[in-house]
Design a protein around this ligand. Structure first.
Ligand SMILES: Nc1ncnc2c1ncn2[C@@H]1O[C@H](COP(=O)(O)OP(=O)(O)OP(=O)(O)O)[C@@H](O)[C@H]1O
Length: 281
């Protein structure tokens, strides 16, 4: 596995506060990696260190083969894209003017603007002043800004926070497409549905520590309670996922009375609470 990110025993201390307490993980090239945790767990601190905006107190972070040491690294900055919040987008300028300005800053050709807007489904808003856009559209302009120089590795800090489902779906579609084209994505979120839908692997961060790291599917299967919800013409039942349960389900089927069956797997949100004792909100 070729790594896009390698983190070894990383620590960050702000005065007396241990924001990151010896975390270690790797992100493979081509992966969508979810970094999940409640407010204050250390997500933004991690993104800032990995994007060279903040110096770690101890440990090591290697991003695309370069050591992140809190110092501007033009090579690394040319290979990564960062989407944090909407700040830095000029409300009075059009979408096109905003993005061409950033092309200048990133050293990306202005011809990238139209392709990039296409990829976030905003090609029709090129000439619209940003202040006339909806919140979700502005968020997509911010994503487009992070993509102008076609980065290999994209950092997204809560990319869909407070967006409605339609705008969230648009951002998810754009991220899936980028990933299919080979972009590695490091995503922080406290939205568990987002993580389940998008991420190949997730890490649970709690009080600056990683408590779990695996694929969403494996986590849910490992912690499934081995029961099945059955709805029949006579009512609802919970049966065990064993041979006795299978026989009962077969009988309902034979009698033509079975309406639906669902295995009982926890959601990632349930698992987070179960494994860390904390809610994600
Ligand atoms: N500049 C700072 N000085 C002192 N403490 C800080 C600073 N930045 C963050 N912290 C503290 O470090 C901890 C982790 O903060 P961080 O912003 O990384 O969390 P987060 O998981 O991104 O939270 P959120 O989801 O609310 O953005 C918090 O307790 C926070 O108060």
């Amino acid at each position: 596995m070729e790594s896009a990110i390698e983190v070894h025993q990383l620590e960050k201390k702000y005065r007396n506060k241990m924001a990151l307490d010896s975390i270690s993980f790797q992100v493979a090239k081509g992966e969508i990696f979810g970094f999940l945790g409640p407010s204050g767990s250390g997500k933004t601190t991690t993104v800032k260190i990995l994007t060279t905006q903040l110096l770690p107190s101890a440990g090591e972070a290697i991003v695309l083969g370069r050591r992140a040491v809190g110092k501007r690294d033009p090579y690394l900055l040319s290979k990564i894209g960062i989407m944090t919040d909407n700040s830095g987008i000029y409300e009075r300028l059009t979408v096109f003017d905003n993005l061409s300005l950033f092309c200048g800053l990133y050293g990306a050709p202005v011809r990238n603007v139209s392709d990039t807007l296409e990829s976030v489904n905003l090609a029709g808003e090129m000439k619209t002043p940003v202040h006339q856009l909806s919140k979700g559209m502005k968020q997509r302009v911010t994503l487009a800004r992070a993509l102008l120089h076609k980065p290999e590795l994209l950092f997204l800090d809560e990319p869909t926070s407070a967006l409605d489902p339609a705008n969230t779906a648009q951002i998810h579609a754009a991220l899936r497409q980028l990933n299919e084209q080979g972009t590695t994505i490091f995503l922080t979120t406290h939205d568990m549905m987002e993580a389940e839908q998008l991420c190949h692997r997730v890490a649970f961060l709690n009080n600056g520590r990683i408590s779990v790291l695996d694929t969403p599917e494996r986590l849910k299967l490992q912690h499934a309670d081995r029961t099945i919800d059955v709805t029949t013409a006579d009512g609802r039942y919970v049966v065990n996922n064993d041979s006795e349960g299978a026989e009962r389900i077969r009988e309902w089927m034979r009698a033509g009375r079975l309406l639906s069956i669902h295995s009982n797997e926890p959601t990632l949100g349930d698992l987070f609470v179960r494994l860390t004792g904390r809610s994600l909100q």
